[in-house]
Design a protein around this ligand. Structure first.
Ligand code: NDP
Length: 266
């Protein structure tokens, strides 16, 4: 019988993951199918997984912490950050992984000679990515609109600022990354323009985790003639790494990429 995979989220109808994974299953000749499932109650994730007879899932907003709690076994990195976005069933047990962070790491690794990184935003995506970047030797500073979200980063030893406390002189970051949802469904910049006008000109490059549109942040970065990148590669790479888990490493990263990237031009 064909293996069944899905993405759990709420909302989930906009997700590109079914197309990405189905193109790869089809292109590589792997007997499986991937669908989307609107999961309203995250506490029913495990029960729903088994009820639908799934082999694996990706989990998106707002259920990534529920996914962490639903797993029987966790990969060490997922364990460390407490966030799971990929689950695979093996012999009745659920194995949990986080592929967002390594996907993101790969996406930004094309920028060379980067040491210092400024994160605009301190939400869930910042949580997993700041941890992996620090493990890889980058120095990450977080700037967030509200102070409350910064507490746990401060406790973990990161340098953190709110808009009020950010020093507007003598600051330099090699890479500036929009980790907020500002610009996703509005025309907001992720931080006051006066701050961005200080940090963007000194950066080597600017990255946005939002994909499929040019956000006000990316527009401003281009006005300063900075190399830019949106969140498409992050999405693609997290999907490829998830696919590797789904298929028990049966294919290489580049074999999967050749098929999965077609989802971004369809
Ligand atoms: P969260 O809801 O966990 O966090 C949102 C963050 O954005 C908070 O730091 C919040 O600040 C900040 N924020 C929201 N609106 C504004 C605004 N108008 N001005 C300044 N700051 C703002 O979100 P996630 O971390 O889950 O997602 C963040 C972004 O990452 C989303 O746009 C999402 O689409 C994108 N994403 C992309 C992926 C990809 O594969 N490319 C994968 C996952 C996410 P405050 O604390 O003050 O509220």
């Amino acid at each position: 019988m064909s293996k069944l995979f899905a993405i759990f989220g709420n909302p989930v109808s906009h997700s590109k993951s079914p197309l990405m994974h189905n193109l790869s299953f089809q292109g590589l000749g792997y007997d499986a199918c991937y669908t989307r499932y609107l999961l309203e109650d995250g506490s029913r994730l495990k029960e729903t997984f088994f009820h639908l007879k799934l082999k694996g899932v990706n989990v998106t907003v707002p259920h990534k912490e529920h996914a962490y709690h639903a797993c029987d076994l966790l990969d060490p990195f997922a364990q460390k950050i407490g966030v799971v976005n990929t689950i695979v069933e093996r012999e009745g047990k659920l194995y949990g992984y986080n592929t967002d962070a390594p996907g993101f790491l790969k996406a930004i690794s094309e920028f060379k000679n980067i040491q210092t990184i400024l994160f605009l935003g301190a939400g869930g995506t910042a949580q997993s990515t700041s941890s992996i970047l620090r493990d890889e030797g980058y120095e990450v500073t977080l700037l967030n609109r509200s102070a409350a979200r910064l507490e746990k980063y401060k406790e973990a030893g990161f340098q953190t600022y709110t808009f009020d406390t950010f020093p507007r002189k003598n600051v330099h970051y090699d890479l500036v990354i929009n980790m907020t949802s500002a610009g996703l469904e509005d025309d907001n910049l992720p931080a006051p323009k006066e701050i961005l006008d200080v940090v963007i000109p000194k950066a080597q490059a600017c990255v946005d985790v939002i994909y499929g549109k040019e956000t006000p942040f990316l527009k401003l970065s281009k006005q300063y003639q900075k190399p830019t990148k949106d969140g498409s590669d992050m999405l693609l790479y997290q999907g490829i790494i998830a696919f590797e888990y789904f298929t028990n490493q049966a294919y290489t990263f580049n074999d999967i990429k050749a098929h999965m990237e077609k989802a971004f031009v369809l």
